[in-house]
Each structure stands twice: as structure tokens, then as C-alpha cells.
Design a protein around this ligand. Sequence first.
Ligand code: CP
Length: 309
Amino acid sequence: MFTKRHIISTRDFTKEEIDYVLNRTEELEIYAGGQGEGARKKSGLLEGKILANLFYEPSTRTRLSFEVAMKRLGGEVINLSSPETSSAAKGENLVDTIKVVSEYCDIIALRHPKEGASRMAASFSPVPIINAGDGAGQHPTQTLLDLYTIKKENLLDKLAIALIGDLKYGRTVHSLAYALSLYGAKLFFVSPEALRMPEEIKMDLREVGAEISEATDIKEVIEDVNVLYVTRIQRERFPDPTEYSKVVGTYRITTELIKRNEDVVIMHPLPKIDEIDGEVDRTKNARYFIQAFYGIPVRMAVLSILLDR
Ligand code: CP
């Protein structure tokens, strides 16, 4: 459907294209490993293909799940896992790196601290670029795995969701909010005043008819939603550390809070720091670890579609 295309932003997708990825994910999940029944099934779908992981920022889930996804489908992976161990440390610019690495591989997953880096890289790359996170911009494959998690809960077509935390700098919520609007979700933005969803994103969402409301305390909306999507405060994106110290610790999901809505599904893109009480991990509401696992089948689907297999 979008073979050989770059994946830069959720704004580049139609709802039909997202549904296509989610359906392909369902087909490939048996090859994803983990603890499920199909854990030992093998696939050679991407045999002979090479993924280059270019990560200029730290990552656990995205980089490793791209690597596992490629390997579970029989492909191979080359890694640049930190700028310090590459020629970026000698001053090489991203364009030159992309021009070279794109000759070494069939597809590139790129994480970079600068917003817009993936779109710029795409304009120089003969192979598909997948944006694996660009500063406070976008993280489209995270959105796809978030949607897959919600679909697995049978909530995609009746969704009322609170996006909680750092809505200013959090790229996962920027990506996700737009995609959710395609599914007619009711969106509740819950954040400290200083970390509200950027105006331009809210304007875009209103233009496509999204139903949005805002709050500063999760208690105001918890009974009106079926999903809490919690995010950490993105300390590394604050230009001034004193501004970070003013907002750190201002919200926390606890078992006491969940008693107000016992069926609520709790998601988080991870890593989590202190915004979810450890006790919550043991509740039936917590889905963030299975959500992280779904990164594998979703990225298998993305890789196989882009590589036309
Ligand atoms: N959710 C996510 O992007 O996690 P990592 O930063 O560990 O890749």
C-alpha cells in the first residue's frame, strides 16, 4: 500500500493505511516471539534485507524492537547506537551519513534530537526512512503500536482517552493525538499549565473535527475515559533546568486513583520514571509492558510493507 515510502509523521497516513498496518500486524504477530503460543514460529519474509538503525539519541524499546522485528523476519541489522561511537563525533553531518548508509542497507530507522531531522534525511535517501523519534516532533511507529494496543482492548472505535503529562515536549502524544482523531476518539489533554499541548497541534486537531478538552488534574476526567495514556516529563528537552524543577512530581497515577474507574486501561510509551506508582504495575489495568511488546509485530508489519514483502 505504501511500499518504498518514508514514514515521517502520523499526518502522512490515512485511516485506511493505518488499518492496513494494524491488520498486517495481526497476521505477523505469531512470528513476534515473546511468551505467546507462536513464539517458536520462524519467517524468512525479509531474508536478504538489511535494516540500518541510526540512533543519535538513547533508546531501549524502539531500537531493540526494530532489531528483533527484522531478525524475526529473517533480515539483518546494522547499528549506530550512539553518536559518540560514529563519525558524527568527528563532525560528519547527517546528510553525508545518510548518503553513505543508504548504500549499505535497504531501509533506515532514524532517531535524532532535532525536530525535522527525519524529513530532511528522507529528502536525501534512496531507501525508506522511518522516523524513530525526532526531538519533540513525531514518533509514528510508537503511535502504530499504541493503536494496536488499543485495538487489542476492543476500544479503537469507542475511545475516550486522557493523554497525561508532558504534552508540550512529548513526541509520542503529538503523533498519537492526530491518529486518534482519525478514529473519532474523545481526547482529554491533562497536564501542568507549563506543559500543555502546543496551540498549533490543537488547531490542527480542531480543523479535522477532533473533540478536545483540557484539564490540569486527572481526577477531573478519570471517570469520563476508558484509557489513560501517561507520559514522563521530558527532562532532556527543557532549555532551562529550573523550569523542569517546577513541574517534576506534579502528577502521579496511583492505585487509589484507579478506584475511581476500575476498568480503565493504563498505557505508557515508556520509559516511566515516577509518574506511575509501582503498585499500579501489578493491577489488571496496567498494559504498558504488553504495549512495549507490540512494538515487535507492529515494526515487523511496517518493515515488510515498506520493503514490499
Ligand atoms: N517508547 C520509546 O520510544 O522508548 P525508547 O526511548 O526506549 O525507544
